[in-house]
Design a protein around this ligand. Structure first.
Ligand code: DP6
Length: 319
């Protein structure tokens, strides 16, 4: 039975994706920019031809909802596919604001296309991964990736591409965990209510392209001050937009605000660093490698746990 195994790293957006221009095709309203992060990873094995469709996540049977999303993506790999067995595992907490869906769908589509004998370009894999979860479009690539909004109605030009690889810039992402439990509301549902009810949503969509262009230039120039301003602005605008939804989409905890303050005071002491936050209370801080330990110690004073992550490589086949 044809089998393939792939590994992919999660990514954290520096310029955020929040909102969709097409829900069925999972097309974004704004372009986004991210950093792929190692050593956290998802490893996924796909057996193309099994007795029944089956999916196991971290040793447990997937829920009906998880399985539905995964098998819908496999139907796109081959609409005449046989039954498939998927075994997947993360070496970091699932659904903890650490974008496990990003590495999950990236590893899935790469392993599935290899097992099915349908090789795809990285851009085609990115389009497929996007259908499972938008942020996964970026985890096909290593290092610094941008996911384009695209113009085509069929979404075939809405994929990620690499801005710079993982060796481009000697930085770390310090992840401060304030709650490793599952999210109160999924990004997908949070986006939908924001888009439908937040009066700030049109302003968010209008302002994002400028931030994306500035973020891309800052990455290319390895300019942490410029990138830091863009990162914090993008995160604050995204969260302000969702907080203004009805009902509000609110992920912050007191620790999140404390960590933002800590980053500001480190900066005042001359340590270049900047924070971002996603659909959860955890705070991620981008910092030159030489200062990463100091930032980790500072955040470790209040956070439940701290991880120091480094730029990671692209999704790849390992078996
Ligand atoms: C806040 O990619 O999880 O992390 O496409 O609906 O699966 P779906 O959403 P998802 O959303 C990620 C949102 C974010 C920002 C980002 O990663 O750009």
């Amino acid at each position: 039975m044809p089998t393939a195994t792939a590994i992919a790293h999660p990514n954290i957006a520096l310029c955020k994706y929040w909102g969709k221009r097409d829900r069925a095709l999972n097309l974004p309203s704004v372009g986004s920019l991210s950093l792929t992060l190692a050593p956290f990873s998802t490893t996924t094995t796909v057996e193309w031809g099994a007795a029944r469709d089956e999916m196991v996540i971290n040793g447990r049977e997937a829920s009906a909802e998880e399985a539905r999303k995964v098998f819908a993506v496999l139907d796109l790999v081959d609409s005449w596919r046989p039954k498939v067995r998927v075994l997947t595992g993360n070496d970091f907490p699932t659904a903890a604001g650490l974008a496990s869906s990003s590495s999950g769908f990236a590893a899935l589509v790469l392993a599935a296309c290899a097992a099915a004998g349908h090789p795809r370009t990285p851009e085609q894999l990115s389009v497929l991964a996007r259908r499972g979860s938008g942020s996964a479009a970026r985890s096909i690539f290593g290092g610094w990736a941008e996911w384009k909004v695209g113009e085509r109605a069929d979404g075939m030009d809405s994929h990620a591409f690499e801005i710079a690889n993982e060796a481009h810039w000697d930085v770390r992402m310090v992840v401060a965990i304030f709650d490793a439990g599952p999210k109160a509301i999924s990004s997908r549902d949070g986006m939908a209510v924001t888009q439908e009810t937040s009066p700030y949503y049109p302003a968010w969509v209008a302002s994002a392209p400028r931030d994306l262009a500035a973020g891309r230039a800052a990455v290319r120039n390895r300019d942490l001050d410029a990138l830091g301003q863009v990162m914090e602005r993008s995160a604050l605008r995204m969260h302000a937009c969702m907080m203004a939804a009805d009902p509000p989409v609110f992920y912050w905890k007191s620790g999140s605000v404390w960590a933002q303050d800590a980053v500001r005071s480190l900066r005042e002491r001359g340590i270049p660093c900047a924070w971002t936050m996603d659909a959860g209370p955890n705070v991620k801080v981008l910092v030159p490698t030489e200062h990463a330990e100091l930032v980790a110690r500072r955040l470790g004073a209040v956070a439940d746990r701290v991880h120091v992550l480094e730029p990671g490589g692209p999704a790849r086949l390992v078996g």
